[in-house]
Design a binder for this molecule. Structure first.
Ligand code: PLP
Length: 417
């Protein structure tokens, strides 16, 4: 019996259940991934015991010689692969990374431009209950009706009209390339700071599959657990002139002690991200997403923007007589995990939504490829077309399980957590 099983069998059993869920179902939430055993080993290590308020060489506690080296390695690796002057690896999450930029740049009440949440923007870009919507004034920009690409003319018009202190380029549900050079141009025109939030596409950015914002943006923020495939957390980066302001906004501004075990996990993930295998992986993530989009279109699904350039596909269900919430539920019953998602100009409220967002990062980590994408697209179509037929849904669920067995994740015949 291992220590967790002995101390808390209730939690242990649930983790085992969750491991089975991850193992035997298709994880297609676009923001999720399976981090490596090496990352989990670092993250589950004794480093969790250490307090290290401050930064390497300037800590408020003794005994930091080892964690200083770890954090220095992590921030050096981050700055190198993202091509930025300065990196802070302490944000506990992507939202904290964004908050640090807001605090560095703006006084309460200041105006900024961010992607409309209904068009793919993230919570931290102006949701009324989030700090970004409560403390500051957001002016949202959106995508064009014709092609679902970011409306750069609208961004420029709004920037000239509102003179924002900051412009955010980044999204959680945008399947196309983001043009940072246009954003940079507009920001310079109105003397605004440009923040690029690459949370979703970080893995693509560091491998050159998506243009890098490093040249144009004053700040770059990311999560480490999405396409980057590291531990759950955030990183915030900037040009040299902002470095000390930014660091003090993280600590002591908004966080106490850093999570050194997570920072060690970030360091490991950043090392992995610099390997040729990781570039190959990202290439397959995009290839799989493109295949999935094409196949779904062949089955008569409308795809927002007509396809994808990255790791996600936004499916428009308005022609299928089913809403996003229902589709999510049907697919869940068939062993395929996705999330309901608003589509641009969605007539339905976000709780129902007219679309689903499907991502390939996690299933590509378990080595699935083009062949599997074709099969999965056929199951998605079959499940949605036969949503009231329980035996069809059950049979697809069995097929999903068989496919998962062929692409083992953690099990490999092993038990435990
Ligand atoms: C996921 C995401 C974040 C924040 O992530 P959390 O770690 O959940 O706080 C920030 N920005 C964008 C664009 C995201 O997609």
């Amino acid at each position: 019996m291992n220590p967790l099983q002995k101390t808390d069998p209730e939690i242990y059993d649930i983790i085992v259940q969750e491991k089975m869920r991850q193992e035997y179902r298709l994880e297609m939430i676009a923001s999720e991934n399976f981090t490596s055993s090496a990352v989990m080993e670092a993250q589950g290590s004794i480093l969790t015991n250490k307090y290290a308020e401050g930064y390497p060489g300037h800590r408020y506690y003794g005994g930091c010689s080892n964690v200083d080296i770890i954090e220095e390695i992590a921030r050096t690796r981050a700055a190198k692969i993202f091509g930025v002057d300065h990196a802070n690896v302490q944000p506990h999450s992507g939202t904290q990374a964004n908050m640090a930029v807001f605090f560095s740049v703006m006084e309460p009440g200041a105006t900024y431009l961010g992607m409309d949440l209904a068009h793919g923007g993230h919570l931290s870009m102006g949701h009324p209950k989030n700090f970004s919507g409560k403390i500051y004034r957001v002016v949202p920009y959106s995508v064009r009706r014709e092609d679902h690409r970011i409306d750069y003319d609208m961004v420029r018009t709004l920037a000239i009209k509102h003179r924002p202190r900051m412009i955010i380029a980044g999204a959680s549900a945008y399947p196309r390339i983001i043009d940072y050079s246009i954003f940079g141009e507009i920001a310079r025109e109105v003397d605004a700071v440009l923040m690029a939030d690459v949370a979703h596409i970080a893995g693509l950015v560091v491998t050159g599959l998506h243009p890098s914002p490093a040249k144009d943006a004053d700040f770059v923020t990311t999560t480490t657990h999405k396409t980057l495939r590291g531990p759950r957390g955030g990183i915030v980066m900037c040009k040299k002139k902002w470095a000390s302001v930014l660091d003090s906004c993280i600590f002591p501004g908004m966080q106490g002690g850093p999570l050194m075990h997570v920072i060690a996990g970030k360091a490991v993930a950043l090392k992995e991200a610099a390997t040729p295998q990781f570039s190959e992986y990202q290439f397959r993530v995009v290839q799989n997403a493109k295949t999935l989009a094409e196949e779904l279109m062949n089955y008569g699904f409308k795809i927002v923007s007509g396809g994808t350039d990255n790791h996600l596909v936004l499916v428009d269900l308005t022609d299928k007589n089913v809403n996003g919430a229902q589709a999510q539920e049907i697919l869940e019953a068939a062993g395929i995990t996705v999330n309901k998602n608003a589509i641009p100009f969605d007539p339905l409220p976000p709780g129902k939504a007219s679309g689903i967002r499907i991502g390939t990062p996690a299933i590509t980590t378990r080595q699935m490829g083009i062949h599997e994408m074709r099969i999965i697209a056929s199951w998605i179509s079959e499940a949605i077309d036969n949503r009231t037929n329980e035996s069809v849904i059950r049979r697809i669920g069995e097929n999903v399980r068989e496919l998962c067995v062929k692409f083992p994740l953690y099990m490999n015949g092993k038990g435990g957590v």
